[in-house]
Design a protein around this ligand. Structure first.
Ligand SMILES: [Zn+2]
Length: 218
């Protein structure tokens, strides 16, 4: 009778025992009973088997899910990389297209402005070379010689953008390009002005494209 009653208690406890939720004292009681009771032992075995199958099933499902998820993630990553690469390529392409279009438009404009236009050429002496308020821009003051016509005998000034020298602005001596630093106060020069002479004091030359030094340059 006692055995039977113990069986009932042990069987009630077994689910917790299998999950290792029972305390040591309870464990001792259960294990002692199991040693002498085949029925309860069998029930425990079945429980353990069921639990193992459950566990492995669940593990399998999880592994499958993670694998599937990883696969999706890899596809997503590849997609993002492809989209970024295409976007970057497109942007680079259009950047260079636009830049080329811009450069050729500017070149065309300069060509149109100067094409068929004759420079207003006259002779002068360099009176002053100084820094302007803008970095990289120099100011040159000249005095027109008396051999010029009456409109080119005054004082004039104009700006030189150092970066433009050689392209939009040339300084020449003896048929060759020379450096800005080789311009000196006191030199006699021929001035090629493609723009206006604005009415100011001294007069501002707006389109000087070339200076030819006539004196000896050292
Ligand atoms: Zn039992």
């Amino acid at each position: 009778m006692k055995e039977k009653r113990d069986c009932k208690i042990v069987q009630d406890l077994l689910p917790n025992y299998v999950e290792k939720l029972t305390n040591e004292e309870t464990n001792n009681f259960i294990e002692e009973h199991l040693n002498g009771c085949n029925e309860c032992k069998k029930i425990l075995e079945n429980m353990k088997n069921d639990l193992n199958i459950d566990d492995s099933k669940r593990d399998n499902r999880e592994v499958k899910y993670i694998k599937k998820y990883n696969k999706k993630l890899t596809i997503l990553k590849s997609l993002i990389i492809i989209i970024l690469a295409v976007a970057l390529g497109t942007m680079t392409y259009f950047y260079f297209e636009m830049r080329n279009a811009y450069v050729s438009a500017v070149e065309k404009m300069i060509e149109m402005v100067t094409d068929g236009m004759y420079p207003d050429t006259f002779y002068a002496t360099i009176e002053e070379i100084s820094d302007s308020e803008v970095y990289g821009v120099k100011e040159i003051k000249i005095k027109g010689l008396n051999i010029n016509d009456i409109n080119h005998r005054e004082e004039y000034y104009f700006y030189v953008i150092l970066d433009n020298i050689g392209d939009n602005f040339k300084i020449k001596w003896n048929g060759e390009d020379i450096k800005f630093e080789q311009l000196k106060v006191g030199q006699t020069v021929a001035v090629y002005n493609y723009g206006d002479i604005s009415e100011s004091e001294p007069n501002n030359l707006t389109g000087v494209r070339m200076i030819v030094v006539l004196d000896e340059v050292r």
